[in-house]
Design a protein around this ligand. Structure first.
Ligand SMILES: C[S@@+](CC[C@H](N)C(=O)[O-])C[C@H]1O[C@@H](n2cnc3c(N)ncnc32)[C@H](O)[C@@H]1O
Length: 359
């Protein structure tokens, strides 16, 4: 009798799980190679180039041929590129996810966010052993840039097409000219987009992270310094003093706040009567156990553990809402702040759009 039989261990289950673990580590390994290819411009160079040899790819990118060869083989065994003899091809369908900016499938930047989990591990270990807080300064730069690039895809393909039309009266407000506050605006891509799409409206982006606001201001200059978009360093609970708003939005930011209740109260106070609050949150379900095994919740709970919840716990309020947790919790928060008609306006399977209005 083996020890495993003595302990009544299901050996097939052990084998299956060990295999599963190796499969996950293989995915993580390919993620590292994907981030490398993204940063080095390898995917861009392969896009539309047809079959290329490692030597050709190394020559067009100016990179080390020996390493480019190993990288191509790793991506070939991972099924990201195809191989025929000594030539490698990036299928266009794969390029849409890896290198064609603003394609609806362009999700490569999620790899930068995952990289940030690894780079934060030391700080996270300390946070787990202490008060759970991880300040914005302890988050690596690749996380912020990854968020900017990853969310850009959703803004370009969803904001005007799906999210805003789902909120009653919002698009009409923006068309005729509304004052919009974007709380937790990060690098400000959405604000510049809204300002461009609805030129009669004005957008004020707020974020507590100074380097993010500096980047947002630089992005505004690159975009020609639109007169209807501005950025300010401010905590979500302290957005007063910038005039009245007609719309307050939180794009993937409500759950990051140290004190979402205080923030929503500040939003309520800053809104004009009839004003609208909108929070776009990562997709999640009220019953999280129904989401077991879904890639989106696997990434979501990792983000929650490594980034969003410790970020919230590091702030005054230390609310720790969590990246996921379902729409009901969010709707309750809106109602608690005094808003009426809280509703789940859209569920795209990728995001939840919750909204309410000030009477
Ligand atoms: C996940 S990022 C989203 C950024 C941006 N909305 C986007 O979609 O690209 C969350 C943002 O919330 C900001 N944030 C966190 N706590 C905040 C607070 N208390 N007040 C204002 N901004 C805050 C962070 O600095 C970060 O830029």
């Amino acid at each position: 009798m083996t020890d495993a039989q003595t302990l009544n261990v299901d050996e097939a289950r052990v084998e299956a799980f060990a295999g599963r673990l190796i499969t996950d580590f293989a995915g993580a390994s390919t993620t590292a190679m994907t981030v490398l290819g993204d940063r080095l411009g390898l995917f861009r160079a392969m896009t539309g180039a047809g079959p290329v040899t490692p030597a050709e790819l190394a020559a067009t990118t100016g990179l080390n041929q020996r390493l480019v060869t190993e990288w191509l083989r790793q991506l070939a065994v991972s099924g990201y590129v195809t191989v025929d003899g000594d030539r490698f091809t990036l299928p266009f369908e794969h390029a849409l996810a890896l290198s064609v900016v603003d394609s609806p499938a362009y999700v490569v930047a999620a790899g930068e966010i995952v990289t940030g989990f690894f780079l934060s591990l030391e700080h996270l270990e300390a946070a787990f052993r202490a008060d759970g807080g991880l300040s914005g300064d302890e988050v690596p730069g690749c996380t912020y840039h990854g968020i900017e690039r990853y969310f850009r895809t959703a803004y370009v393909n969803q904001l005007a097409q799906t999210w805003f039309p789902a909120v009653p009266g919002l698009v009409a407000k923006l068309k005729s000219g509304a004052r919009v506050a974007d709380v937790g605006c990060g690098h400000g891509f959405a604000d510049l987009l809204i300002g461009r799409m609805w030129p009669r409206s004005s957008v004020t982006g707020f974020d507590v992270h100074e380097p993010s606001i500096a980047t947002a201001r630089a992005r505004a200059i690159e975009a020609g310094s639109p007169a209807n978009v501005s950025f300010h360093v401010a905590d979500a609970a302290a957005i007063g003093g910038h005039g009245r708003f007609d719309v307050v939005v939180y794009f993937d930011a409500l759950h990051d706040l140290g004190d979402p209740e205080a923030a929503l109260t500040a939003a309520y106070d800053a809104l004009a009567p009839g004003g609208v609050v909108v929070a776009v949150e990562p997709w999640s379900a009220d019953d999280w156990t129904g989401t077991i095994g879904m890639p989106i919740t696997r990434i979501g709970y990792a983000s929650s553990t490594a980034l969003c919840t410790p970020g919230s716990l590091a702030q005054p309020g230390a609310y720790g809402l969590g990246t996921l947790g379902g729409p009901s919790q969010r709707l309750e928060l809106l109602a608690k702040a005094g808003f009426v008609d809280p509703a789940l306006a859209a569920d795209t399977g990728f995001n939840l759009v919750v909204t309410a209005r000030k009477p």
